[in-house]
Design a protein. Structure first.
Length: 179
């Protein structure tokens, strides 16, 4: 019976980690950079076209400037007399214009920007509005704290301030008649 050696020989199991494998080198890694003849050709061709178009235009014919030896002073004609009669009539005429008085708005407007259960939340929104240069009030109605701006005589003024608040990302403001 033959005995088999169960130990591997040192030469068979040993690998050399530092040795490089014999692999084929790819074409992309071994490219040598030469002179870019194609780019040079395109650049010279472009330069040639530019020079051709600059110098190919026909030269403008030389125009001899003749100087007048004697200047004649031009005399303006006399101012014409007015042909219209209304100019004289309007100088002496008085015109009365009836200007209507401004009508007062019936009821003023208010703008409500928030309604909160906690007074601290309402005061926080009031501070954000104050940073925009607008004054607001916190009113308590029942269990709610409302943040109100106004009164405004015209709705247009209230809308202008609402747009200012929207640019500051304070949204949700509503315009109502004053209560």
């Amino acid at each position: 019976m033959a005995t088999t050696n169960k130990r591997k020989s040192v030469k068979q199991g040993k690998t050399n980690k530092g040795a490089s494998r014999n692999r084929p080198v790819s074409k992309h890694q071994k490219t040598e950079k030469g002179f870019p003849f194609l780019a040079l050709f395109v650049a010279l061709l472009l330069l040639g076209f530019i020079v051709y178009f600059i110098y190919s235009g026909e030269p403008a014919p030389a125009v001899a400037v003749k100087k007048e030896q004697q200047r004649n002073e031009e005399v303006l004609p006399e101012k014409p007399q007015s042909q219209w009669e209304y100019e004289g009539l309007l100088k002496d005429k008085e015109v009365f214009v009836d200007i209507p008085e401004e009508k007062k708005a019936g009821t003023p407007y208010q703008m409500q920007c928030g309604s909160f259960r906690k007074q601290t939340d309402a005061e926080s929104l009031k501070a954000q509005i104050a940073f925009q240069g607008l004054s607001s009030q916190v009113k308590k109605t029942g269990n709610w704290f409302r943040v109100i701006l106004g009164p405004y005589d015209r709705k247009r003024v209230a809308e202008k301030e609402r747009h200012k608040l929207q640019r500051a990302r304070i949204n949700g403001c509503q315009i109502w008649l004053w209560r």
